[in-house]
Design a protein around this ligand. Structure first.
Ligand SMILES: *[C@@H]1O[C@H](CO)[C@@H](O)[C@H](O)[C@H]1NC(C)=O
Ligand SMILES: *[C@@H]1O[C@H](CO)[C@@H](O)[C@H](O)[C@H]1NC(C)=O
Ligand SMILES: *[C@@H]1O[C@H](CO)[C@@H](O)[C@H](O)[C@H]1NC(C)=O
Ligand SMILES: *[C@@H]1O[C@H](CO)[C@@H](O)[C@H](O)[C@H]1NC(C)=O
Ligand SMILES: *[C@@H]1O[C@H](CO)[C@@H](O)[C@H](O)[C@H]1NC(C)=O
Ligand SMILES: *[C@@H]1O[C@H](CO)[C@@H](O)[C@H](O)[C@H]1NC(C)=O
Ligand SMILES: *[C@@H]1O[C@H](CO)[C@@H](O)[C@H](O)[C@H]1NC(C)=O
Ligand SMILES: *[C@@H]1O[C@H](CO)[C@@H](O)[C@H](O)[C@H]1NC(C)=O
Ligand SMILES: *[C@@H]1O[C@H](CO)[C@@H](O)[C@H](O)[C@H]1NC(C)=O
Ligand SMILES: *[C@@H]1O[C@H](CO)[C@@H](O)[C@H](O)[C@H]1NC(C)=O
Length: 543
């Protein structure tokens, strides 16, 4: 039986409205003052310039609960324009707070901007990061936790401890040097190492007590390397992926691609000593490896013995990806189970096939999606949209199918109304791993496989319990297909998380517009919005 989209929309709305009735009055605000500065760090034993938040590298965690309002006042004390974006926080109808170049004017050096974000109807583990100018290579990232409201059941006992584990590849060069490499058409060099929570080999340690179970919220905040995560003599029980509770499966190691977040439970059930935590690169030659320490607080010996080997083949990763599924009966942010929304019964209204490619344009290395390499205009797309400024972007500046012919530069945007139900197929014909992220949404990963996608691949889609997430990998010479309802009005960035590719054009925007003036579908421009480009001098109160 097929359910119609409007009916599904109405169903979801009822639930939101009733929850809202119970909770809206009490949605608490949490205030953060963040001072962003340069500072010396030496995670790989070489002093380099990092980007710190309140003197910290990585930045502070954001600890929140479903529907909390997060008021984050960011002071930019760098010598360059700066923005922070919130990976996986959906910003319902509020892309003005998304903090990417298409939605926000950058915070000028010496100035501040107060983000007003609500973690509306979300739970889970995410992270924030600096979105402009390769700042991500220097720091200013940190973990975001969204706890379930106390009255909503969580499908596992409260762990004895809850750790943020930020893993990522790292360079000894600062972000300006790396940027110069890319601006002069060089391929980014091979990473110099891997960091765990901003620390080099054996410098990140996690305390546990024998017999107890801990939650690790692991995010890959690096620039390009897929990473395998494992702990000597300990299994990882996967419980949550980017805001969805999963079927609880035990793994000896997990592949975590750039931009992805996973929660695992680890039980300290081994003899009293320390154990290696191992993080190593995947699909690279050579393999880069680092270690951290799982420290039993009554430990009698340091970590020792050979570090466990990681997987080496692609199939391991592909099969693991397919095994990650939603627990349909567990609660998400709402009292009703996560399986209540039957995404597999909604008719697709539009199929978009996106192929990544690279080439030389005007003598420079560029990366593209469907033949278009994104160039950010001076005026953020969202502000051009709001103030109806002509000549900033055109609808349809990226096609729904791969195109042949040379790559061209544009501010690529495609549009949809808020009632669509999309199938996006990411086709990766290159021989390197891809990772794609969509802001504002969580999509159902219905299929991944090797080779070329064709319509008959739909026969093998998972239409029952696919995981819904915001970042998905596409294996070399392979495809990944996702489904989602375009129900979040705004201007949303779809990008490669492989950061050199993102920086050199492998991204575009999805403009989702309302066809009704009902207030619940509208987004409101913030009173403190920063203006730039053709939006300078526009009247925020009248528009
Ligand atoms: C969905 O598609 C099927 C097959 O084309 C059709 O029979 C059904 O009426 C459609 N449902 C809706 C709600 O449009
Ligand atoms: C930020 O830190 C810098 C350097 O420590 C200091 O000069 C400045 O006053 C701080 N700004 C704020 C807003 O705290
Ligand atoms: C984070 O918030 C939760 C829920 O309010 C609370 O139980 C926990 O103690 C907080 N953790 C930290 C590190 O502040
Ligand atoms: C800058 O910070 C001040 C508070 O110190 C705040 O009132 C103001 O709104 C902030 N500026 C912007 C653009 O958000
Ligand atoms: C799914 O969630 C339910 C409800 O919390 C829980 O009882 C069950 O153990 C979970 N199943 C799996 C396989 O994780
Ligand atoms: C890890 O899981 C495997 C397979 O389920 C099991 O055989 C093994 O005993 C587990 N190891 C630990 C340390 O729990
Ligand atoms: C280990 O942790 C437990 C619980 O916090 C505590 O009771 C115990 O004293 C600790 N042992 C050591 C040696 O620190
Ligand atoms: C990967 O799996 C596919 C299909 O199951 C199989 O044809 C292929 O030989 C496998 N490759 C490796 C390296 O195991
Ligand atoms: C924008 O393009 C999409 C896809 O071609 C189309 O469905 C939509 O109607 C267009 N919107 C406008 C306002 O032209
Ligand atoms: C902006 O528009 C509002 C409402 O129309 C008006 O009251 C205000 O004077 C305008 N401000 C400027 C600077 O033009």
């Amino acid at each position: 039986m097929a359910l119609n989209v409007a009916a599904v929309g109405a169903l979801c709305l009822c639930v939101i409205v009733s929850l809202f009735a119970i909770t809206s009055a009490g949605d608490p605000s949490k205030f953060f003052e963040w001072n962003v500065t340069y500072g010396d760090i030496s995670p790989l034993g070489v002093r380099q310039q990092g980007i710190l938040i309140n003197g910290q590298f990585p930045g502070p965690d954001i600890n929140s609960t479903t529907n909390d309002k997060l008021i984050v006042n960011v002071y930019n004390n760098l010598d360059e324009p700066f923005l922070i974006s919130w990976n996986g926080i959906q910003q319902r109808r509020n892309s003005y707070q998304d903090g990417v170049s298409g939605t926000n004017c950058p915070i000028p050096p010496g100035k501040n901007y107060t983000y007003k974000i609500q973690v509306k109807d979300q739970i889970g583990s995410f992270f924030y990061f600096p979105s402009l100018a390769l700042h991500k290579a220097a720091g200013a990232f940190g973990g975001i936790r969204v706890h379930s409201k106390p009255q909503i059941p969580v499908p596992f006992p409260t762990p004895a401890g809850d750790y943020t584990v930020l893993i990522g590849d790292w360079y000894k060069s600062n972000h300006k040097e790396l940027r110069n490499q890319l601006d002069s058409s060089k391929i980014l060099s091979f990473p110099d190492g891997i960091l765990i929570n901003g620390r080099g080999p054996n410098r990140a340690s996690f305390n546990v007590e024998k017999g107890k179970t801990y939650r690790l919220r692991i995010s890959n905040v690096g620039l390009q390397s897929s990473l395998n995560f494992r702990i000597q003599n300990h299994n990882l029980t996967l419980v949550e992926v980017e805001g969805k509770h999963t079927i609880q499966t035990s793994y000896t190691s997990l592949d975590i691609h750039v931009g992805q977040s996973y929660s695992v439970l680890v039980t300290a059930n081994q003899p009293d000593k320390d154990y290696y935590i191992v993080v190593s690169s995947r699909f690279t030659s050579p393999v880069v490896t680092t270690t951290g320490i799982l420290h039993y607080n009554t430990s009698s010996a340091p970590a020792s013995g050979p570090i466990p080997d990681g997987p080496t083949d692609v199939n391991f990763s592909l099969e693991q990806a397919r095994s990650i599924r939603t627990n349909l009966t567990a609660s998400g942010p709402r009292p009703n189970p996560q399986g209540t929304y039957h995404y597999g019964r909604v008719n697709v209204t539009r199929t978009i096939i996106l192929a990544n490619s690279q080439g030389i344009v005007n003598g420079k290395q560029r990366y593209a999606i469907n033949g278009v390499s994104y160039v950010a205009p001076d005026t953020p797309l969202k502000l051009a949209d709001h103030f109806k400024i002509e000549g900033v972007f055109r609808n349809g500046s990226i096609q729904d199918k791969p195109t042949s012919g040379p790559i061209h530069l544009d501010a690529s945007v495609t549009e949809s109304d808020y009632k669509g139900f999309f199938e996006i197929v990411f086709q990766n014909d290159e021989d390197t791993i891809q990772s794609y992220h969509l802001d504002g949404y969580s999509f159902y990963v219905v299929g991944l496989d090797a080779g070329q996608w064709t319509p008959d691949r739909r026969k093998n889609y998972n239409l029952e319990d696919a995981i819904a997430r915001c970042t998905v990998q596409v294996y070399p010479k392979s495809w990944t297909a996702v489904y989602f309802a375009t129900d979040n009005v705004g201007m949303w960035n779809l990008r490669s998380e492989i950061w050199a590719r993102q920086y050199l054009g492998q991204q575009f925007y999805l403009r989702v517009y309302a066809t009704t003036t009902a207030p619940r579908f509208q987004d409101q421009i913030p009173k403190n919005v920063l203006l730039c480009g053709k939006a300078i001098g526009k009247n925020v109160t009248s528009a």
